[in-house]
Design a protein around this ligand. Structure first.
Ligand code: NAD
Ligand code: LMR
Length: 348
């Protein structure tokens, strides 16, 4: 067992400054010394995820390798050197039982990224098993209000795997990230329309975080106008737009030689912040329960409305055209196949 530092012992009372009115939120992050981790931790510690008044304790979990733990020590040194007022403690460990203990949010980033020429589903066998163990441990030791956000690929199915292992925490506590895809789609629509990014609203991602995902452009608006009216090139909407968003991850790998990291960390900040902000409507992969024609047992991207911090309901009112239904059927098929590929693992 290795716990490098616990400079904030679990359960110790905290001295807060007068502006910090609430108790610190415990955020467990796996793969904390990885590429995404390196962009993510500093954003969380600065208040970007939970707001400028909410102190945080970072519970950093890495793989049990000397190199990974050493790298994590370096990252923690840099966090210290930022002197973030909100950062009330850092736990560094290669033991998930310690890292997830009493965590309010569990951000599951730690997993192998794909290389050039691979699809995300190719990672399933290697990465899937990580989420069996983590699902069980989170269910055992995390806080009663624990929420889980999965980023490690293939994110939807890994999330389904983790949720399948939980008895105490209900499936709605487990979400996977499709926010990077929403952000990508928003930017592409704005560029095509020659509009400011903020003019683009209601672009939501349905299905898998993979090239089959469906960004439902017909529901989007640009400057209050339907996107399909603001952009009259419908061939582009149905072709290059979907292709660019769906294959953006691969394009970044081809250009950078490594998978997206800063934009993924930014999307995770958006994902969690909006799930903590009542009224926000945003794309999240959740257990479908059969909504929008998805298999009830898969985790599929869809629009959700945050109801109370951490809780949400699926927005069900969007009408789907024949083209949309075809696209949803395709991404659903892939999710069902991914589930079938790991179904034996779920029983282990
Ligand atoms: P990375 O290789 O830079 O970092 C991954 C880290 O996870 C490493 O430090 C590794 O030691 C650690 N790790 C591996 N197994 C672990 C375990 N069992 N417990 C704790 N830590 C563990 O990779 P990255 O670029 O940070 O990407 C991480 C994952 O996120 C990949 O699977 C990648 O494909 C995925 N990703 C998802 C999205 C998305 O939108 N959902 C976007 C970008 C990347
Ligand atoms: C992305 O969409 O950038 C990530 O999922 C990384 C990848 O493998 O595409």
């Amino acid at each position: 067992m290795r716990v490098v530092a616990t400079d904030f012992p679990l359960n110790q009372p905290l001295l807060l400054t007068p502006t910090m009115s609430t108790s610190p939120i415990r955020v467990a992050i796996t793969g904390a010394a990885g590429q995404i981790g390196y962009s993510l931790l500093f954003r969380i510690a600065s208040g970007a995820m939970f707001g400028p008044d909410r102190p945080v304790i970072l519970q950093l979990i890495e793989a049990p390798f000397e190199k990974a733990m050493k790298a994590l020590e370096g990252v923690a040194m840099e966090l210290d050197d930022c002197a973030f007022p909100l950062l009330k403690g850092i736990v560094m460990t290669d033991q998930p039982e310690i890292g997830f203990k009493d965590a309010n949010w569990c951000l599951l980033v730690g997993a192998k990224p794909r290389g050039p020429g691979m699809e995300r589903a190719d990672l399933l066998k290697d990465n899937g098993k990580i989420f069996i163990g983590q699902g069980q441990i989170i269910d055992r030791v995390a806080a009663d209000d624990a929420r889980v956000a999965v980023v490690g690929n293939p994110a939807n199915t890994n999330c389904m795997i983790a949720a399948s292992q939980a008895k105490r925490l209900t499936p709605d506590r487990f979400t996977a990230m499709v926010r990077l895809d929403q952000n990508r789609a928003q930017t592409q629509l704005a560029k095509k329309a020659g509009a400011d990014l903020t003019a683009v609203k209601n672009i939501f991602i349905y299905g898998n975080h993979s090239p089959t995902m469906f960004p439902a452009f017909a529901h989007a608006t640009i400057g209050g106008q339907k996107a399909t009216e603001a952009i009259t090139d419908h061939v582009w909407l149905k072709g290059p737009f979907l292709e660019t968003v769906g294959k953006r991850g691969a394009a970044i790998i081809a250009a950078r030689g490594a998978s997206s990291a800063a934009s993924a960390a930014n999307a995770l900040v958006d994902h969690v912040r909006d799930l903590m902000t009542p009224g926000k409507i945003h794309s999240v992969a959740v257990k479908s329960n059969g909504l929008y024609g998805f298999d009830p047992e898969v985790w599929a991207g869809m629009p959700v409305r945050t109801t109370t911090p951490g809780a949400y309901e699926v927005v069900t009112g969007y009408e789907m055209c024949d083209f949309c239904r075809e696209k949803i059927a395709l991404t659903n098929k892939e999710l069902v196949e991914e589930r079938a590929a790991v179904v034996e693992m779920l029983k282990a």
